[in-house]
Design a protein around this ligand. Sequence first.
Ligand code: ADP
Length: 543
Amino acid sequence: MQGLMMQQPLLVASLLKHAERHHSTQEIVSRRVEGDIHRYRYVDLAQRARRMANALASLAVAPGERVGTLAWNGYRHMELYFAVSGSGAVLHTLNPRLHADQLVYLIEHAQDRVIFFDLTFLPLIESVASRVTSPKFYVAMTDRAHMPRNHGLGSRLLRYEDLIEGHRADFEWPLLDENSASSLCYTSGTTGNPKGVLYSHRSTLLHTYAAALPDSLNCSARDTILPVVPMFHVNAWGLPYIACMVGAKLVFPGPALDGKSLYELIEQEQVTLSAGVPTVWQGLLAHAGSQNSSFSSMRRTIIGGAPCPTAMTAAFQKGHQVDVLHAWGMTELSPVGTVCSFKAHQVALPEAQRYALQARQGRSVFGIDMKIVDAAGKELPWDGYASGDLHVRGHWVTSEYFGGEHDTPLHDGWFPTGDVSKIDPDGFMQIVDRSKDVIKSGGEWISSADIENVACLHPDVATAVCIAARHPKWDERPLLLVVKRAGSTLGMEDLLNFFDGRVAKWWKPDAVLFVDAVPIGATGKVLKNQLREQYGDHYLQAR
Ligand code: ADP
């Protein structure tokens, strides 16, 4: 017997309709590329998104066609999130930190018809435009007053505000098939060529529901959310959609991601919840520490994309009374997979145990199932010790990559994440390493993430990266690269002694190299493959 309930497709535009109807006066604040602060309300967002949807139709963007964006976090980018997907086209968020050659590859691969860009990226667009054939138009996300006179794009260059002004706001969002594509994001390619992940309206909506829950990212109409994680990287972890669903105030940082600018925006707009990768928060904590400043409104911060070191969790929680929500996910998961929220019996645990728990990436949100398997594919126990390849499945996990040139990534219906993990009896997953980064010493595994976590506890260590270096006897041994805090005279022996009693003896790195900086990739993560190329022979050369 069939149920007798209404059938309503799960559509991205319905989030905007809800926000306009039920949270019309809630604010969206953006630091613009032009330098000033812009503010308006959800009702304005909805109206301008409809104008932009009409503009897209006038540019002959057909349903299913891709529209690229090369933009910071801001209100115009947010309008495109809804105008493009809502009208049936596919929003392709391009990462402006990529090299021009990679952008050429991605634009052609996705066959973007129109590309919208923030003015910051005009030189990048100019260098790419002559090498791509698919885009018919480029749209500078600015107004007449800020439009540069000289550019190399000729009549193909349009102005965003002209498109808005030139089109009416009476657009009916089409009733699309909920399984149709809504947006496209390529993996950052730290582990190979970028692969396109094609989200659907349905997967996006289900992800939005689940990611907003109290034990997930915990968002509500009482929040003021600052997504520092870029809108060009996995849809800013879904926060633009979540904000519409719950009616939260949104604050967009634009291009100003340094500690001082972020701190000022957080205080000025009374942000309650922020989200970003650990490298960004280092800058914010350094600024707050140097000024002896505290946060007057911020109470939670979501940290993910890379392991959050315990030292960072402690700096936020003890130093600033800001709770850390450690989360794990990936482009292929839209991205939220697990979040480290305590269960009832863990809340009153002694501090050290709570910190140890928070170093884990957390438990599955409903909609994602996970398991760990050994090399033969056999499922391993959730005992907190056994570690194996992490596989996931769920409503917002990719089933195949865009373009069809890759084999199906699935194994028996599960998606292998490329991460090596363990899971404790409470269901808390901990990333031991990426399978490409794990150190295999004499046939046993060493977790580079654990080594880095310990090194970061040393007060003189600003950044620590542990890589596998080839070794004549053990195949591989851990090599630690460290950026010291300014003025520190820390030596190798002192740092190595710091590991005594904190990790198993054979896990202790054999050497430390002090470096000025480590290379950071386009999504804010350390480029370990580059470091392995540079330093991977250290123990061979040392002989
Ligand atoms: P790419 O794989 O191209 O770097 P993603 O941004 O999708 O692109 O990265 C996903 C990967 O990032 C995960 O597979 C995992 O290795 C890592 N990751 C994400 N969150 C965390 C976290 N909290 N702790 C450790 N690693 C994480």
